[in-house]
Ligand binder design. Structure first.
Ligand SMILES: Cc1cc2nc3c(=O)[nH]c(=O)nc-3n(C[C@H](O)[C@H](O)[C@H](O)COP(=O)(O)OP(=O)(O)OC[C@H]3O[C@@H](n4cnc5c(N)ncnc54)[C@H](O)[C@@H]3O)c2cc1C
Length: 316
């Protein structure tokens, strides 16, 4: 059920501590056209590299190997490398194993784009390692309802491509509002389906990562900026798909001020209630999952009750 009647106090219980909240979209046409939403994540990265606030950005791209979708972290140092990461990848990634060593080995300051649980990993690492802390110039968290095991992508691909024809690219979601998915074959053929062809399974937690079922952080409590979609009906008719942006730190605020100053984006402040209303159904799903842990026991699901006040950063 969708929650209504948001105010600053109730909002903080669901999205954590914040300084200010915005809606916005990129003014770089090619970036917005290729984005999962309004292209703000990529625009913050472009602006930070141009302004030399950081030397590289840790991003996640997908590629095809053995006719399967794979993901790869990389550190982009050039603007041209950023578009490769655009779009959401709803497939399990291994941040601690694959991304953290890349960040540590990079000889400069880094912006990191990651999921909420990964922003918490970074927060833990930086709290006990001063050099690592100095390396992180900006942490941007995507909103994340939950991520899925690769088995979900494999199942949807089998449905789309039962004869296992050679594929060239798979895009989970593109286009306005809920959007479409697209499978591109080596021979140039394309299959486009509404995104719900994939997301119906995902929303019903088919092949969900277990951690995702017990997670209370949908928006990235430990990021400088948290960025997601706005699913309010008044945005459906807006021809420009927007991002919601939660600013939590001075570094996040500087990034917002800078993209506006440089004319790279249109970012305007909105009351926090509008940001929460854009996730009115999913925020309550992540708020105190004790009931889910209790009910899950009956079905053999071992979930941790999760209302540990230490996990709720705004109470620390
Ligand atoms: C697992 C997952 C769950 C999501 N859940 C929600 C949700 O509950 N509510 C909601 O509103 N939106 C959700 N999103 C979508 C998210 O809001 C959009 O990706 C974001 O708004 C895109 O903004 P953009 O247009 O600025 O990004 P773009 O400019 O298209 O850039 C996308 C960025 O996301 C990064 N990225 C993509 N996939 C991953 C990944 N798996 N791990 C780490 N980084 C990645 C890329 O490196 C790139 O920098 C989810 C996305 C993912 C991947």
């Amino acid at each position: 059920m969708a929650k209504t009647g948001w105010n600053e106090l109730t909002a903080k219980q669901y999205i954590g501590d914040f300084k200010s909240t915005y809606f916005g979209y990129s003014l770089i046409e090619s970036i917005r056209a290729n984005a999962a939403s309004g292209g703000m994540i990529s625009t913050f990265i472009i602006d930070g590299l141009r302004s030399k606030r950081f030397d590289g950005a840790l991003l996640c791209r997908s590629y095809i190997e053995n006719n399967e979708v794979k993901t790869q972290y990389y550190i982009a140092t050039q603007e041209e490398e950023i578009a490769q990461s655009q779009g959401s990848k709803y497939i399990a990634v291994r941040f601690g194993v694959d991304a953290v060593p890349l960040i540590k080995a990079f000889p400069g300051r880094v912006a990191v784009v990651c999921l909420p649980c990964e922003a918490t990993i970074l927060n833990n690492l930086r709290s006990r390692d001063e050099a690592f802390d100095k390396k992180l110039a900006l942490v941007i968290s995507l909103y994340c309802g939950h991520n899925s095991e690769k088995a979900l992508t494999e199942m949807v691909l089998r449905k789309l491509n039962p004869k296992n024809k050679p594929i060239k690219d798979y895009r989970y979601r593109f286009g306005h509002w809920r959007g479409n998915l697209k499978l591109t074959f080596e021979d140039g053929e394309e299959i486009v389906k509404p995104f719900h062809y994939f997301s119906d399974y995902q929303n019903l937690f088919f092949f969900s990562e277990t951690e995702g079922m017990q997670c209370i952080d949908q928006t990235g409590f430990h990021a400088d900026l948290s960025i997601g979609d706005i699913w309010s009906m008044d945005m459906k008719s807006n021809p420009i798909k927007h991002n919601a942006i939660i600013v939590r730190t001075d570094a996040g605020q500087a990034a917002v001020d800078s993209v506006n100053e440089h004319g790279l984006a249109n970012v305007y402040e909105v009351p926090v209630g509008r940001v929460c209303a854009g996730q009115a159904r999913s925020l309550p799903l992540h708020h105190n999952v004790n009931a889910r842990a209790w009910a899950g026991r009956r079905y053999g699901l071992k979930l941790k009750p999760n209302s540990d006040p230490n996990l709720l950063c705004w109470k620390n």
